[in-house]
Design a protein around this ligand. Structure first.
Ligand SMILES: NC(=O)c1ccc[n+]([C@@H]2O[C@H](COP(=O)([O-])OP(=O)(O)OC[C@H]3O[C@@H](n4cnc5c(N)ncnc54)[C@H](O)[C@@H]3O)[C@@H](O)[C@H]2O)c1
Length: 359
């Protein structure tokens, strides 16, 4: 199979890899996969060692340019993407009818046009595209970061560290840099899913008095795990000392955290968002923070991302903004890439995926 070796070398020079243990197999018979980002090593290794796919990778930590993506997906059988790639009709059309599996290295799937994917599945069983995603493996890391962000915001850690470093630290003063504590508080969770529960479990030892939540409907099994009480959205706003947005971004949750919510919240309350920037109306949040309608906000996610450095929210001392790092631990990112790779391979084989999004 000398010609296979020659072809392999040529393909490798052009950024195409053939993920085969040997190179005896007919390359043309292997499904073609495009990976839109240099994902963490575990995922790439799984794809490379599988011997099941011809792999092409956007070998960079920066997003693949849209034009390049549209060019590269053409004729692919599988696509592994991250949340910065909007997978819409244009991408699906560019890929064409060969595309059978889409695997995203994220639990959030608001970057995938579900309507388009459903439409294709409904039209013809042969155009069905199966979708894999990465729930659970990131829950611990995201919950942990949410607690860190909540404490950093409520106990004013960023402000305090800045004061210490820049000479603002005078004598010990009775009211200086005071914040709000979790002990005896009411914590409200908007969207009691995996991450919402994991956050509450971590907050419980801080002697939180009461957990309340709202969701599309009561979720008794999850609520029982943390003794949380189902309330209306208005009551969540009125009663929470800390309110954490943990819901998925959908058309229904777009800007759900708006003037109406903030104006119902206590002046002493802290708002935290580690879900998606789109669930917050940022103009309304700015107003609420600037006018003292609420005490503070901690955001891991914004619209857009990155948030421009001259954005008004950056001018506020009572707003802590992180650059979307909730799942950013080495262990978790590796686990996400491994799960995304395994989902992709299973889908291409026609097997059950470890985590499949049922459209
Ligand atoms: N900041 C990050 O890096 C990061 C990392 C992981 C996940 N996330 C976000 O966190 C979200 C939650 O993840 P999860 O694993 O807990 O998902 P999940 O599906 O277990 O939980 C989402 C919850 O939101 C609820 N929800 C949906 N629509 C709602 C509505 N209209 N009103 C109230 N609740 C509603 C769902 O019913 C569900 O209980 C993801 O969708 C993702 O966007 C962010």
């Amino acid at each position: 199979m000398w010609w296979n070796r020659v072809a392999l070398r040529r393909l490798q020079r052009t950024g195409v890899e053939v993920a085969v243990a040997g190179i005896q197999r007919e390359m043309s018979s292997l499904p073609r996969v495009y990976v839109t980002r240099k994902v963490p090593p575990d995922g790439l290794q799984i794809l490379r060692k599988s011997g099941q796919v011809q792999l092409e990778l956007w070998d960079s930590d920066d997003p693949v340019p849209r034009r390049e993506l549209l060019k590269k997906v053409k004729g692919c059988d599988g696509l592994l993407c991250v949340l910065t790639e909007k997978i819409d009709a244009e991408v699906l059309d560019a890929a064409g009818p060969t595309l059978k599996v889409l695997s995203t290295m994220s639990v959030g799937f608001d970057h995938l046009s579900l309507d388009e994917l459903k439409k294709r599945s409904a039209a013809d069983v042969y155009t069905r595209i199966r979708v894999g995603y990465t729930p659970e493996v990131l829950t611990d890391a995201v919950a942990e970061l949410t607690v860190a962000l909540l404490l950093a915001t409520s106990r004013r850690l960023i402000e305090a560290a800045h004061e210490a470093k820049t000479g603002g630290w005078g004598t010990w003063r009775t009211q200086w840099l005071c914040g709000y504590e979790l002990a005896n508080s009411t914590v409200g969770i908007l969207g009691l899913g995996r991450i919402g529960v994991a956050i509450a479990e971590r907050l419980k030892p801080f002697k939180v008095k009461r957990f309340i939540y709202t969701d599309v409907e009561p979720r008794p099994e999850l609520a029982e795990m943390i003794q949380a009480e189902y309330v209306s959205m208005d009551d969540l706003a009125r009663q929470s000392d800390f309110l954490a947005a943990c819901c998925a971004l959908t058309p229904e949750t777009q800007s759900i955290c708006n003037k109406n919510l903030f104006s119902n919240m206590k002046k002493t309350s802290i708002f935290i968002n580690t879900s998606r920037g789109g669930v917050v109306n940022q103009e309304d949040l700015y107003e609420a923070l600037a006018t003292g309608e609420i005490a503070g906000a901690g955001l891991d996610v914004t619209t857009p991302e990155p948030l421009p450095t001259n954005h008004p929210l950056f001018t506020l001392k009572n707003c802590v903004i992180l650059p979307h790092i909730a799942s950013a631990s080495y262990t978790t990112r590796n686990a996400m890439s491994a799960l995304a790779a395994n989902n992709l391979l299973a889908g291409l084989r026609g097997d059950r995926m470890l985590k499949e999004l049922h459209l």
